[in-house]
Design a protein around this ligand. Structure first.
Ligand SMILES: Cc1cc2nc3c(=O)[nH]c(=O)nc-3n(C[C@H](O)[C@H](O)[C@H](O)COP(=O)(O)OP(=O)(O)OC[C@H]3O[C@@H](n4cnc5c(N)ncnc54)[C@H](O)[C@@H]3O)c2cc1C
Length: 468
């Protein structure tokens, strides 16, 4: 067992925890990062499966994610654009396939007009309410006590338009059915990406990838931190007590290390806070709040082919179908790879249904759905892999956490409150970049800055205390 003395102990070596640790260390504070898994990166994980490099977790970068891009630059990482030449495929509510170009689905004129109208309402609300404090807006309670599903139908009687608009946030982002989260939560999602229009434009939201993989953001930061990152070491208990001088004494107990510190950063998604025993227990409001934040569920499907056959047919590989098992498909070919890779997503209740099947049936159903868009060749990939984050003990879902109905307006204002020496940092709590690596990095920086400021305050108070 390692016994360490540090200024700050960080729980979780995902992009948020590692960004915080690196910033704290640069500011002269000593750190220890305790990670439950045998690797860093959390929900970013670049691995080679049957000879194919796959992004099992987070991968895309959009133009608004400027803080992540600055970090990529600092770490010497380069990006490349997602392949997007050619026509996309849309599977309509009537079961008909259409080819199209541009950002708008090839729907009938009435549905198109309704989609434009709903998009304009969402854009306006996202601009008005913003991502920083959606709970503080005068409309927040009204928007937070109606499900996004019902809010859409309150605003439009066009079912196809409601389903398509719902898809961008429900299946596409929060990965929960649209009846399971509020309109306010949907507006936060849109505002965090700059606008709802940005979310509907795959050329914006899925613009670029990191050459060599997104996990490098964590791997390179962890390499700089060296022995201050301890793997295979889930934190089980955090004891904290006042030190009598305005600060705190912390003892964090993990499987491989006990760390004595003055501050703690919980850099794990909120659904995992209760995996740690806090002594004394967290206050009532935290106990309650954390039970209202849960992760969604999505299966990320990877299918690698000898060639990107869809391109020969003039297709970009981009496919949408709100009623398909695989609601979105994209060309996900690696930089400089002669093979072709497709990525698809099976979300929430459709994912539940897939997990009820045998492995063979599941593969057949998923490849069958992709083949419906792109033809029979899609049924025979050389590598087929499903990212199953719901089974990962130290994540338990994908992509990130959101509140249940009413939770954001009720608890949001408390989600950043420190409890004594304990601070909270993850993409799930971000404003800009919410649910994304960019948000994880932003939160890591902000949390580190709060601790640096709190530490300075304590240091300034020291002479006065010793004179007293
Ligand atoms: C399938 C998938 C696709 C995604 N796609 C994208 C995308 O294209 N673009 C994008 O920007 N984002 C994407 N994301 C989201 C992005 O990966 C996350 O927002 C980001 O990784 C969150 O970083 P984090 O540091 O906040 O949390 P995490 O990455 O979850 O890191 C938390 C860490 O804490 C550790 N931990 C948990 N409990 C304990 C404990 N008790 N003790 C010690 N360690 C503990 C975990 O093992 C983990 O390493 C995707 C996520 C998934 C799952």
């Amino acid at each position: 067992m390692l016994n360490l003395d540090r200024d700050v102990v960080i729980v979780g070596a995902g992009p948020s925890g590692l960004t915080a640790a690196r910033r704290l260390k640069k500011a002269g504070l000593s750190v220890a990062v305790l990670e439950a898994r045998d690797r860093v990166g959390g929900r970013t994980w670049t691995d080679t499966i049957d000879g194919a490099m796959l992004e099992i977790g987070g991968q895309w970068v959009s133009p608004d994610q400027t803080v992540l891009m600055e970090l990529l630059d600092e770490l010497g990482l380069e990006m490349y654009s997602r392949y997007r030449e050619g026509e996309s495929i849309y599977l309509g509510a009537d079961g008909k396939l259409s080819r199209y170009t541009g950002a708008s689905f090839p729907v009938g004129p009435e549905t198109a007009a309704e989609m434009d109208r709903l998009t304009a309402i969402m854009d306006e609300l996202a601009a008005e309410i913003g991502a920083e404090e959606p709970w503080a807006h005068s409309k927040s309670r009204d928007l937070d006590t109606i499900s996004f599903h019902h809010w859409l139908r309150q605003n439009s009687s066009n079912e196809e338009a409601c389903n398509n608009i719902g898809l961008f946030i429900a299946g596409g982002m929060l990965t929960k059915p649209a009846h399971a989260f509020s309109a306010l939560q949907a507006i936060l999602m849109a505002a965090s990406a700059g606008s709802f229009t940005n979310l509907t434009d795959e050329d914006f939201i899925l613009d670029k990838r990191v050459i060599g993989g997104m996990q490098q953001v964590s791997l390179l930061q962890a390499a700089e931190l060296g022995e201050d990152v301890i793997l295979d070491s889930p934190v089980r208990t955090i004891n904290y007590t006042e030190d009598g001088q305005g600060g705190y004494r912390v003892i964090a107990e993990s499987d491989r290390a006990v760390v004595n510190a003055r501050f703690v950063i919980m850099a794990v998604p909120p659904n995992l806070y209760s995996r740690v025993s806090f002594n004394p227990p967290l206050p009532r409001r935290q106990h309650q709040m954390h039970q209202h934040q849960s992760l969604g569920l999505v299966i990320k499907v990877h299918a690698v082919y000898e060639t990107p056959f869809w391109r020969d047919n003039g297709l970009s590989g981009t496919c949408f179908g709100a009623d398909s098992i695989v609601q979105e498909v994209y060309d996900n070919t690696n930089h400089g790879d002669s093979r072709g890779t497709l990525v698809g997503f099976v979300s929430d209740e459709k994912a539940d249904a897939m997990f009820e099947l045998s492995e063979e049936e599941r593969k057949e159903a998923i490849l069958g759905a992709i083949a419906e868009y792109l033809g029979e060749e899609a049924k025979n990939p050389s590598v087929f892999y499903l990212s199953d984050w719901g089974s990962e003990e130290w994540t338990r879902g994908a992509y990130a956490a959101s509140y249940d109905l009413g939770g954001l307006s009720r608890y949001g204002k408390s989600q950043h409150d420190a409890v004594g020496p304990i601070y909270w940092s993850s993409s799930d709590l971000a404003a800009e970049g919410y649910q994304h690596v960019d948000g994880a990095v932003r939160m890591g920086q902000k949390t580190a800055d709060r601790i640096i400021a709190a530490n300075q305050e304590l240091r300034q108070a020291e002479p006065a205390l010793s004179q007293a």
